[in-house]
Design a protein around this ligand. Structure first.
Ligand SMILES: C[S@@+](CC[C@H](N)C(=O)[O-])C[C@H]1O[C@@H](n2cnc3c(N)ncnc32)[C@H](O)[C@@H]1O
Length: 277
């Protein structure tokens, strides 16, 4: 039998040999999931690990060898201050989306309403509903499988201020909102084909790419959103690293908005485009 510290170091080595970007971070995620304890606690302890646990870790390494993302293997992903259930029907929440969540939490009016369009696992809607229990959130997605996961996440956090339904953009939406959050697919197909196998072989294509150089759904949402925003309502899009200027130009031409601006991500890209009615 091995002890936990030995096993942890071996796991980091195995992940490093597989070319995993952050072997230590992934090894921590595995340990926290398997032992269901915070890593700080685990790192201070020395204990023998059963054969069953060693076997489980070997199976994880085998799956990781085939480039399956660690979040799908473990069935969960960290996001903001939360842990979200994920599977291969939803995009793995990305760290930059936390910037959008932060913006909404700070700016949505008291007792306001939020539409999360293309909610996936509920990344934006669930997090905002938890952080701002005074608001009412509606979360929609075209994918019924994604909605199942989003609902599980809302149940997990016992949220009462969020509802879900299937909708192709606004097709089933019949009310107006103070805020609309749109993290829709935006990767141009040619770039999508260049994505690492973790993405292309495991994450849902419908969550990542769309026509018109990745801008089709953002443009359609921009065209329709003024019908679904209250006076002074705000829409915030997440977009590709080089798409913001085009989206700003498109929004300006629509002539529906009093203010249009962008917000940068951690890498200094204009990752979010905001428009106020
Ligand atoms: C980039 S993922 C974002 C998921 C989630 N909002 C997040 O931030 O992790 C895009 C999501 O949009 C959904 N989607 C794609 N086309 C859609 C459409 N026409 N109407 C509604 N949702 C759509 C996908 O199923 C996917 O869940």
């Amino acid at each position: 039998m091995k002890n936990n510290q030995q096993l942890f170091n071996e796991l980091i080595r195995s992940f490093a040999e597989l070319g995993v970007d952050s072997p230590q971070a992934e090894a921590r995620m595995v340990f926290e999931a398997i032992f269901e304890r915070d890593f700080k606690y685990l790192s201070l302890k020395n204990f023998q690990v059963s054969e069953a646990v060693t076997d489980k870790i070997s199976q994880i390494i085998e799956r990781r060898k085939k480039h399956e993302p660690i979040q799908y293997i473990l069935g969960k992903a960290p996001f903001y201050n939360y842990e979200l259930i994920v599977n291969e029907n939803v995009l793995i929440p990305r760290a930059e989306t936390e910037i959008m969540v932060e913006y909404i939490i700070k700016n949505i009016p008291e007792k306001g309403t939020l539409l999360d369009i293309g909610c996936g696992s509920g990344t934006i809607g669930v997090t905002c509903a938890y952080e701002r229990s005074d608001i009412q959130v509606t979360a929609v997605d075209i994918s019924p499988e994604a909605l199942k996961i989003a609902k599980l996440n809302a149940e997990n956090y016992q949220l009462k201020n969020i509802k879900f339904f299937e909708s192709n953009l606004f097709s089933n939406v019949d009310s107006k909102f103070d805020f609309i959050a749109a993290n829709l697919p935006y990767i141009p197909y040619s770039e999508y084909l260049e994505c690492p196998s973790e993405v292309i072989n495991f994450e849902p294509e419908i969550a990542l790419t769309t026509e018109n150089n990745g801008l089709k759904l953002i443009y359609q949402t921009a065209e329709q959103c003024s019908n679904y925003l209250n006076n002074n309502g705000v829409i915030i899009f997440e977009n590709g690293y080089n798409q913001a200027a085009k989206i700003v130009e498109f929004l300006e031409k629509l002539n529906n908005f009093s203010e249009i601006f962008t917000i940068k991500d951690y890498n200094d890209y204009h990752r979010f485009t905001v428009a106020k009615l």
